[in-house]
Ligand binder design. Structure first.
Ligand code: ATP
Length: 221
């Protein structure tokens, strides 16, 4: 379970109006939500707060039994490696690693041995339809294929929470649909919680629920 209670975030002095406040949301394993909202309202900042990359000014975030907002940086970094997956607009594949090595990265960071990490990475690449390309290089892939690898990397360590920031922003509509179907199918079947930030109403329809972020919280879109 992910539980966000009354979250608020402010940049600048306390006299300034918060960027957003009263953000509350509960999501069970296997559930997903898309968050839309006008440019600059704080969608990416909200994801950064959830990932512990930005401090919050008020409220609480709990994931499973852990209050994330009470963790110190080191503990959050450990938990982030284990329980979070990320998919961004830019695919962030490492060019000097093969696809299998890119996907194995989160497992190496969790100290899995090379052999197990390699096997799991290859199995995950199979799931996203790129098993035959495991030893190929990122530069040989199309944008849609790169994002499939990024999805495999985001989910290979079976994270509890997958944060996606405009994951199909660099893809044409046809590729975007295929990638989103794969992304949400993989999140749901893994029993993970998916949180998607997007400007695209079409992309948002792939999530179970669509919400809009406002300065005063999340409302139905
Ligand atoms: N580290 C920071 N320091 C100060 N202001 C920041 C910082 N990060 C973001 N902001 C400001 O917070 C506001 C929200 O930014 P954010 O990127 O979260 O919005 P967004 O809703 O994701 O926008 P978009 O849809 O355009 O990507 C913006 O005005 C931005 O300039």
């Amino acid at each position: 379970m992910l539980s966000i209670e009354n979250l608020s975030k402010r940049f600048g002095s306390v006299s300034e109006h918060p960027l957003f406040q009263a953000v509350s949301l509960r999501l069970a394993p296997g559930e997903s939500v898309a968050i839309m909202g006008e440019s600059g309202v704080g969608k990416s900042t909200l994801l950064n707060c959830l990932a512990g990359l930005e401090p919050v000014d008020g409220g609480r975030i709990r994931l499973r039994d852990t209050e994330l907002t009470a963790l110190n940086e080191d503990d959050f970094a450990r938990l982030r490696r284990r329980d979070f997956g990320f998919v961004f607009q830019s695919f962030h594949l490492l060019p000097h690693l093969t696809l299998a090595q890119n996907v194995a990265l989160p497992l190496w960071l969790l100290d899995l041995d090379d052999r197990t990490a390699g096997e799991r990475a290859r199995a995950m690449l199979e799931r996203v339809g790129l098993g035959a390309r495991a030893d190929d290089w990122p530069r040989h892939l199309s944008g849609g294929e790169m994002q499939r690898v990024a999805i495999a990397r985001a989910l290979v360590h079976e994270p509890a929470l997958v944060l996606c920031d405009e994951p199909t922003g660099n893809l044409d509509p046809e590729r975007a649909t295929g990638v989103l179907e794969l992304l949400f199918e993989t999140i749901h079947s893994a029993g993970a919680i998916g949180l998607l930030v997007t400007h695209s109403p079409t992309a948002a329809t792939h999530a179970d629920r669509v919400l809009r972020l406002t300065r005063d919280g999340l409302v139905a879109a």
